[in-house]
Write a protein that binds this ligand. Sequence first.
Ligand code: PHE
Length: 352
Amino acid sequence: MVTTDIDTESMHEHVVIRRGPRSGLPIIVAVHSTALGQAIGGCRLTHYRHWRDGLDDALRLSAAMSDKCALAGLPNGGGKTVVALPLGMTLDGASRRAALHDVGDVIAGLNGTYATGPDVGTGPDDMVTIAERTPYAFCRPVSAGGSGDSSEHTATGVLAALHALCVERFGSSDLSTRSFAVLGLGRVGGHVLRMLADARATLVASDLDDSRRALAGAAGAAWASPQDCLTADVDVLVPAALGGLLTPHTVPTLRCAAIAGPANNQLDAPTTADLLHQRGILWAPDIIVSAGGIIHATAVELHDETSAQATLRVHGIADTLTDILRTAGATGSTPADAARSHARQRIGSGHH
Ligand code: PHE
């Protein structure tokens, strides 16, 4: 036998990289794990410098989905789809359909081991297009027989997490006395901002897209540049855009007391959790905070629950986060470590 350093245990089960026969675009589907059940994870359609960067993203995001599902108590594993658009390319209606049909065909070839859903750059209508090629697409519009847009449910989960986080960090779940910096006003971030405004929180918001400034205004939030929003002097930073924003370079510049948001893969590397810990900034692991979408979609579409029952489950994110933060506090580990070991335990024991 050949000895190697390859860690086959954390290795992905199945990765498909294909130049879409219709679209000519790189279609990447990464199935990380089906140990707990069907792998799930959204379809990201966005720009990358090189398709290999899209592959890296798919590998990282699908592995995070395995932990996310485990922590959410779902009988599912992790996967992710990336359609890697070259920089500057925009898709017209026909080429978008072509790309989504290419995605649908790849998923169809996986025989039900993976189901997709909306993610950065895709929405419920795109799931209808994918579903023309495979039944394994969550979150089609309710009118088309699906559970609808997941972003609102993801935002509900973020609010539940913020309540729990504020109890742990500030001793009260009252959001009206707290300030938040919401970084990213896309589909999920926009809902989170509105919900925080409804809770009468003090808000600052930002997005790379200046046209979203009106959204901030409507929520009574101050507008800032992404840089100023990241380093704002607030109680809680809410990352709701793309990942990788917490780095050895940015952590020393933060002025928040805690962080919780729906952006996936917020840490550039696992060790950045230690830097946050050393600075006394309480970080709620994104794999717990962002699970509302998958919790709602799977409850309604796989387990025949009503949307109201599913929403109750989404609120369970508060208890999960409380458990993890308290375990971390009691053991002196970071929330990131506590979350990871909880997830691995569950996956390792094949807990259904
Ligand atoms: N983007 C979400 C995720 O990947 C949404 C999703 C909902 C994905 C349902 C799959 C199924 O977590």
